[in-house]
Design a protein around this ligand. Structure first.
Ligand code: SF4
Length: 289
């Protein structure tokens, strides 16, 4: 058995996710069911726990066909279209959009609605991610999503642009994209036509250094996260870079499938969408190794 097993106290839900989950739990104490548009959190274990309480995850097609009911909007936020459908179909929305995401949506909307602005709105993020869909919706879907350097070719460098980032992206990769776009505007002779804003969530950007320090303090790192979590993938890669003996798990059962090398110490950590109870369950299982 390892001598030291530590669960990272900085890992676990961010306040946006905590708020969405508490909102759902509170509602379900008084009602049998609650619809939630998309996974409330990118973690199957936590989704299952809430499903057992009565939460019903629905997709957009199911949402569009609902009438006269209540639906929870998760922390990632939604595009205006979702609110329009709610109004038309008499759906009461319980809006748990994270305040940080909401603020970003409003900033993008104000640029889009500014009649005097010729700016192209660029969003650095994962194509198809719920938050990105919500941000893009603020631009009437006219914004350009930049997921990789190749997407930069979609920008017209003879027009000004402003860049925002999805809140859960990597600060370093965002900076790389900023540098490439800046260089292209310089080449085009319009270096002052490009602007960007620092819109990565503080909870995410501060995690990078914390988790790097944590990962290098143990013989082995067990990183727990849902596979769909952008933040999970980002933080896991940091762990791996600082401790090559880092392993990715989505649930406790997977521990038995990993060929763990001998170790005196094990550090357990996760994403902003990983529940603390899951990491603690894993610590208990490790103690029985
Ligand atoms: S990561 Fe930040 S912006 Fe995203 S839900 Fe959590 S607190 Fe909100």
């Amino acid at each position: 058995m390892p001598k030291k097993i530590v669960v990272d106290q900085n890992s676990g839900f961010c306040f946006g996710v905590i708020n969405a989950i508490r909102t759902a739990e509170k509602y379900l104490l008084e009602h049998k069911t609650l619809y939630c548009l998309g996974d409330i959190v990118h973690n199957n274990e936590e989704v299952q726990r809430l499903t057992n309480m009565g939460l019903q995850i629905i997709n957009y097609d199911q949402y569009s066909s609902l009438h006269d009911t209540t639906v929870l909007i998760r922390a990632h936020g939604e595009p205006p279209e979702t609110y329009r459908i709610a109004k038309e179909n008499n759906i009461h929305l319980i809006d748990a959009t994270c305040p940080v995401v909401l603020k970003l949506q409003k900033r993008i909307l104000s640029v889009y609605q500014n009649k005097n602005s010729e700016k192209q709105i660029l969003i650095y993020g994962k194509k198809g991610h719920a938050e990105v869909i919500g941000l893009l919706g603020q631009t009437g879907n006219t914004g350009i999503v930049i997921s990789s350097p190749e997407d930069i070719e979609g920008i017209d460098f003879n027009r000004p642009s402003i860049l925002y980032s999805q809140t859960t992206q990597s600060q370093e990769q965002y900076q790389q994209i900023i540098d490439i776009i800046q260089a292209r505007y310089q080449e085009a002779g319009h270096s002052d036509w490009f602007a960007y804003e620092g819109t990565i969530c503080g909870k995410v950007s501060s995690r990078a250094k914390q988790i790097a320090d944590f990962a290098s303090s143990f013989d082995i790192i067990l990183f727990v996260s849902g596979e769909k979590s952008s933040n999970g993938l980002y933080l896991y890669n940091i762990c791996k870079a600082h401790n090559p003996r880092s392993f990715f798990l989505t649930n406790v059962e997977q521990l038995s499938k990993i060929d763990l090398p001998p170790a005196d110490s094990i550090g357990i950590c996760g994403a902003t969408s990983t529940p603390m109870w899951l990491m603690q369950d894993l610590a208990e299982k490790c103690a029985k190794l």
